[in-house]
Design a protein around this ligand. Structure first.
Ligand SMILES: NC(=O)c1ccc[n+]([C@@H]2O[C@H](COP(=O)([O-])OP(=O)(O)OC[C@H]3O[C@@H](n4cnc5c(N)ncnc54)[C@H](O)[C@@H]3O)[C@@H](O)[C@H]2O)c1
Ligand SMILES: O=C(O)[C@H](O)[C@H](O)COP(=O)(O)O
Length: 375
């Protein structure tokens, strides 16, 4: 069997090497030529699994994307060939929730503001939106949810309309799929009109897909209203985002909110489970077998837990400031966006860090934020 895969997928040999020959390529470079002999195709979001690629892959029996987003996959074309496919829902939810929390704590520290009591609007209350909402609530923020599909499906949580949450929000965080048609399209969901309605001093976080926000309108608004603060991980036109928008963003990163070591391994492992079941193989090895030891596994604090301490511990796990600086340096170089993503630093999830307290039990807040609280 031959597996063709994105080279930016860790531990493929350890997970899939016993099943097949594995041929790896740069994700954006996987096209009809690379998949001619493929029985299995494993990708991430930068490979367009389109009609031309599917037509060229005459032996193709399975397609997996180690991501939650699947707007890069022509699912109708796969269905027409009766080729099963799978994404990896939830594989990077904690990573995104921790990215947003770390970014908010970092910006709050820079601006000397307290997050407690601020209203956060979460647009899209699925895996990543819920992971973000949980952490914000633990910080004492008021969280408003907007998710019409879940609301219509009977999700028991309290939901508000998009316009209502935008009018009330001090901070808006976007966590919707990129959907261009149907009942709830999200392409330019935050268009010029909605962006112009943001409250004074509002912050906007986008860690879902760049096209969910009209980037041109956002740039014009930011230039007219410097009171707005931007935390942007995803961009229209990736891998060539508008340099002017990067420049005016308070925190800018190259589509890596979901890039923890655990999330990328978990996405691959979820596909291994699906493929093994499709091939009628027995249970796969435990996920924990593939996760390396964390470089910093524990920390003991003696200081009182406040926002500043939380920001320092969060940045001990993920140094978002360095990520932002590197992005601004590398973006000017040809291929810089993808090079930073491929060489992404060894970012772990909060659970890899055990937090203890000198002389007292560690508060539950640490586990509510995702850390491993010392017992
Ligand atoms: N930046 C990154 O690294 C990164 C990482 C993970 C996910 N993402 C992106 O974020 C998206 C969401 O990820 P997820 O794991 O939370 O997916 P999910 O499917 O669990 O949640 C998406 C939620 O959005 C809701 N939704 C759909 N249309 C909506 C609309 N018009 N208004 C409000 N809500 C709407 C859905 O009902 C669903 O609950 C993904 O599709 C992907 O594009 C980006
Ligand atoms: O859809 C997703 O899961 C995320 O956007 C994910 O982080 C995409 O990462 P990529 O596939 O671009 O490496």
């Amino acid at each position: 069997m031959i597996i063709v895969a994105d080279e930016n997928m860790p531990a493929l040999d350890a997970m899939f090497g016993h099943l097949a020959e594995i041929r790896c390529y740069p994700g954006r470079g996987i096209g009809p030529e690379q998949v001619r002999d493929a029985d299995v195709l494993l990708v991430r979001s930068v490979t367009q699994v389109n009609q031309a690629l599917i037509d060229a892959a005459e032996k193709l029996k399975f397609v997996g994307t180690a991501t939650i987003g699947f707007d890069h996959i022509d699912v109708a074309a796969l269905a027409a060939r009766e080729i099963p496919w799978s994404n990896a829902p939830g594989c990077n939810a904690e990573a995104v929730g921790e990215y947003v929390l770390t970014a908010l704590l970092t910006l709050a520290q820079r601006l000397s503001v307290s997050l407690e009591g601020k209203t956060l609007a979460v647009i899209g209350a699925g895996n990543t939106g819920s992971a973000t909402a949980r952490r914000a609530q633990a910080l004492g923020m008021q969280v408003l949810l907007c998710d019409p599909p879940l609301q219509a499906a009977g999700d028991p949580r309290q939901f508000e309309s998009l316009d209502a949450v935008l009018a009330a929000a001090d901070i808006v965080s976007c966590h919707v799929p990129l959907v261009r048609d149907g009942a709830h399209p999200t392409w330019h969901l935050l268009d010029e009109t909605r962006l112009n309605g943001l409250k004074p001093d509002a912050w906007l976080v986008n860690a879902c897909r760049g096209e969910v926000v009209d980037n041109r309108a956002l740039l014009a608004l930011k230039q007219a209203r410097p009171d707005l603060k931007l935390i942007l991980d995803v961009w229209e036109g990736e891998p060539s985002p508008m340099a002017e928008l990067v420049e005016v963003s308070e925190i800018a990163t190259p589509h890596i909110a979901g890039y923890s070591v655990e999330a990328k391994l978990r996405g691959n492992w979820m596909l291994l489970e699906v493929l093994a079941k499709q091939l009628g193989l027995g249970p796969v090895a435990e996920f924990s077998r593939f996760v390396p030891e964390a470089e910093i596994a524990s920390v003991r604090v003696s200081a009182a837990v406040n926002q500043s301490l939380l920001a320092r511990v969060a940045r001990l796990v993920y140094d978002i400031d360095s990520e932002d600086r590197r992005f601004r340096q590398w973006l000017a170089q040809p291929g810089g966006f993808d090079r930073q993503r491929k060489a992404h630093l060894n970012r772990r999830e909060f659970l890899s860090l055990t937090v203890g307290h000198s002389g007292q039990a560690a508060p539950d807040l640490w586990s509510e934020l995702g850390f491993n609280k010392e017992r």
